[in-house]
Design a protein around this ligand. Sequence first.
Ligand code: IPE
Ligand code: IPE
Ligand code: MG
Ligand code: MG
Ligand code: MG
Length: 295
Amino acid sequence: MKIDEYKILIQESLKKYFDEYSRNSSYSSEIWESMAYTTLLGGKRLRAVMCLEIAKLFGADINDVMPLACSLEIMHAYSLIHDDLPSMDNDDIRRGKPSNHKVFGEAIATLAGDALISFGAQLIIDKMPKYISPECTLDIVRDYLLCAGAKGIVAGQCADIKAENKQINIENLKYIHKYKTGALFKCAILMGGKFAKVNKEILTKLALYADNFGVLFQVYDDIIDCILTTDELGKTAGKDKLENKMTYVSVYGLDKAKNIFYSLVDENYAILEELNIKSEVFDEIYGMLIKKVKK
Ligand code: IPE
Ligand code: IPE
Ligand code: MG
Ligand code: MG
Ligand code: MG
């Protein structure tokens, strides 16, 4: 399976769930349009792909894992919509199109983000008991909700906003990356593992792998913010500098940030080896990120 094949399946499933759940919403149809707008615009779908790939590597049928994969992309869309709001990063472009609030207005965009969080959790609760035990469903919903809130993405986003126009220490920067971005990757990878019922030892290694991936992915994002164009990014280039954000580039400079990124990739390959995992999909993901960082 290639990333693009996964992406097609993810897109079809997301469309199906939006159709199913948005039916008969009369007065609130606009909120569903707004929720679907950003979610269905696509993106790399990395969180869903990683969840599916981990589950598959440990023996699961990816069709059964699809509601979980979709819930992750739904949560991701919430985080993007809120991240772009004028009171947050104030970005007018997302995924190569006008940001949610530019199309639907700030009020609807805020509400769409809120509604997406609960929509993702609802999907898990509605669809998963067919495949996994109630205990496992509960465990996964708990992970999902922790990730969305003040012990997950919100914690990181809050620290990110508070660090604007400041010099912060490296521990604080690591915290921002670990939570604003890492929390969702960790949730994705552990969901895949938990669905496939891997043992505790493997789950611990997967958690380490995921923590590392979250940071390396945000370091990658910090780097491409400075070296790619708005067209290439599908979001406004140079935004971090404009908003005076603390990033790996602002703290370490571009070259050192790149070195940190590469060494995190190496560390992750070492963990994959310990896990005895060989995955063309993961190779494709790292290849894709490295190609952009090298540009
Ligand atoms: C953007 O994530 C937000 C970050 C956490 C850096 P992605 O780069 O995965 O965005 P899409 O899903 O491909 O649009
Ligand atoms: C991403 O951080 C964090 C979340 C969206 C949760 P950024 O603010 O760097 O993401 P982009 O660059 O706008 O995608
Ligand atoms: Mg941000
Ligand atoms: Mg942003
Ligand atoms: Mg960024």
